[in-house]
Design a protein around this ligand. Sequence first.
Ligand code: NAD
Ligand code: MG
Ligand code: MG
Ligand code: MG
Ligand code: MG
Length: 340
Amino acid sequence: MAEIFHDADADLSLIQSKKVAIIGYGSQGHAHALNLRDSGVDVVVGLREGSSSVAKAQEQGLTVRSVADATKEADVVMILVPDQTQRGLWAAEIEPNLKADAAVFFAHGFNIHYGYIKPAAGHDVCMVAPKGPGHTVRRQYEDGRGVPVLVCVEQDASGQAWDVALSYAAAIGGTRAGAIKTTFKEETETDLFGEQTVLCGGVSQLITYGFETLVEAGYQPEMAYFEVCHELKLIVDLINEGGLTKQRWSCSDTAEYGDYVSGPRVITPDVKDHMKDVLADIQNGSFAKRFIDDQDAGAPEFKKLRAEHERHPLEATGREVRSMFAWNTDVDADYTDGQT
Ligand code: NAD
Ligand code: MG
Ligand code: MG
Ligand code: MG
Ligand code: MG
C-alpha cells in the first residue's frame, strides 16, 4: 500500500525560508508559482525573452526574470517546461547558473529517469507532481482544497530533500488532499504506460475502430460519433465517481450484460500481451529514445502522425456534432490549432 502524507506531516516553514524559481509559466508553471506565492513563499518566474507568458505572470504580481537570472537567485529550481525542451534549457541556462547547493525539482520524472538531465552530486533532486492539470491545481487551491500529488526524491544531497519536497507539496495545496510517496522510476514508467495503453493511445484507438466499424457497416457518421465517442464522457464520469461498479449500476442491465459478454471478445488476452510489450519498451528506454530522437530532429514523425490523425473523418464528424452543443463552442476553439 502507498504511504500517504497530509498537511500535518509537512513543515511549511521549510519552503517559506527558500527562494523558489519556477521555470516556465504554462499549465503547471502558473499554478505552482501562484500557489507558492499565496502560501508565503518567495517566488521568481524564469522565462525566455519575448515569451508571451511574461505579461501574464507580471499581471499576477509575480517577478519575472530570464531563466538564467531566476536560476542564479534560487535555492529551489522547479523545471516546468515541456519534457522534450528540458534537456536543452538545462544545459544552456539552468545548470551553468545553479547555486552549488540548489535543489532541482520536477513535476514528471522523464528527464531524470532516462538520464537526459544529470544534476551534479551536490544538488537535491526531487519531484512534486500534481495528479491533475495546472488549472485544477490553481482552482482547488483558491477554493481551500488541493489536488493529490506524487512526491519523491532521486538524490538527497542535503539530507533534507524529502522534507523540503513535502513542504513544497504543502505550499501548492497537495498535502491538503494527500501526497503519495513514489520514485522517479515508478512515476515515469506508470505515467507513460497509462497514457500510451489506456488513457490516450488505448482510448483513441478504441474510439477510432468503433467509429470505422459502424460507418463501414452503413450507419450515419453522426450516429456513430455519438455512440462510440461523445457518450464516453458520461461513462468516464461515472467511473471517476464510483469505479466500474457504479458505471455498471447506472447503465441499463442490457448495457451491463453486453459489457460482460462482448467486452472480452473485443479486448482479448492478446491485448494484455501487447500492453506488456509496450511496458517493456518504456522500461528499456526505447520509447523515450524514439520520442527524443524525433524531437531533436525537428519532430518529423510526431508532426506526420499528428497531421494524419487530424485528417480522420471521425474528427470532421466530431466538429459538426459538437457544434450542436452551444456551450461547447468555446472549448473547441482552444483545440482547432492542433495544440492540446
Ligand atoms: P506547458 O506546455 O503547459 O507549459 C510549458 C511552459 O514552458 C510554457 O510557459 C512555455 O512558454 C515554456 N517554455 C517552452 N519552451 C521553453 C524554453 N525553451 N525556455 C523557457 N520556457 C519555455 O507544460 P506543462 O503541461 O505545464 O508541463 C510542465 C511539466 O509538468 C512537464 O514535465 C509535465 O510532464 C508536467 N506535468 C504536467 C501536467 C499537466 O496536466 N499539464 C500534470 C503533471 C505534470
Ligand atoms: Mg504523462
Ligand atoms: Mg446507448
Ligand atoms: Mg445497471
Ligand atoms: Mg498534449
